[in-house]
Design a protein around this ligand. Sequence first.
Ligand code: XIL
Length: 372
Amino acid sequence: MRTTRLATAALTALALFTPLTATADEASVEDAGHARKDTLRKAAPKGFFIGTAVAGGGHHENMPYPDPFTSDQPYRAVLAAEFNSVSAENQMKWEYIHPERDKYNFGMADAIVKFAQRNRQVVRGHTLLWHNQNPAWLSEGSFTKDELRSILRDHIKTVVGRYKGKIQQWDVANEIFNDSGELRTTENIWIRELGPGIVADAFRWAREADPKAKLFFNDYNVEGVNAKSNAYYALVKQFQAQGVPVDGFSAQAHLSTRYGFPGDLRANLQRFADLGLETAITELDVRMDLPADGVPTPAQLAQQADYYNRTLVACLNVEGCDSFTIWGFTDKYSWVPVFFEGEGAATVMWDDFGKKPAYHVLKETLAKAGRR
Ligand code: XIL
């Protein structure tokens, strides 16, 4: 089964790669990165995308370092060498890319897409309809319903349209349900002001703007079968019955060693696959409670590696789960210590890009899958 699927996926992948010829002044240290051996992307089976978030924007702007993506050459070299998929960590979110009503800020998103093309990487677009990281002009503005609707429509047409043909998967709707499986009718400005039907419209507009991009629902705490993932399952079925274009369901997978591993991840992804959807892991990290000296114990690192590995194995075992993204690859730039007090060390590499057990186990599992 998997072999057939991988062959198809490989063809799709070829079609998605539209490599640009780099001009001499664009050539830089990372350019040959994608050709390096002994990396995650080389170990991955054909048609399988191993991705990372590209650090910048969001919490990074309050940290004592310059923009990671544009300033840190060793970071760029690892980014190019290890991954064949990249996601904008913040640079395509509303507050970043649409800072004023009549002004877009495409510079960094353009740079990420260009970097990806030079390094033969696909791009996940993140995100179009969300309750967080919206600009003040939007969340604090007073607009009529008609105005709000056309603001969303114009945004989706403009942003998705700009990268038409260059984005493999778009997180169209992000985190629209709470953990009880109820729509976020107060937090989410779009749903609050325009009603739940706006979610379907967002998918329709995204499809019109880029018919080839795969359109996803994305959320956290939907790894297992639970109230929230059940809500997505019901909504996907409703969309399909109504002919609303939805192609994928993805689990962010922000995991913590505080909690048990979601052992029904594979079964949960599989039920969406059975509806004909693609599935993906989009933001995997595995945080832990740091000891007083800040250094994880070998046992903690082993447990972390196990969580990373089980997440990958679950995805590899589901037909149509071809995209597996970690939310940053180095602790140097991880969002975890900023958002989860006392927790950290959540990525697969230390600050100096030294590799943790989690990195090695991912590579081994990818390599084994490749030989199947
Ligand atoms: C996080 C970023 O990593 C931070 O830089 C930012 O300050 C806040 O958002 N779910 C998502 C991601 O969909 O966009 C979030 O990313 C993490 C949770």
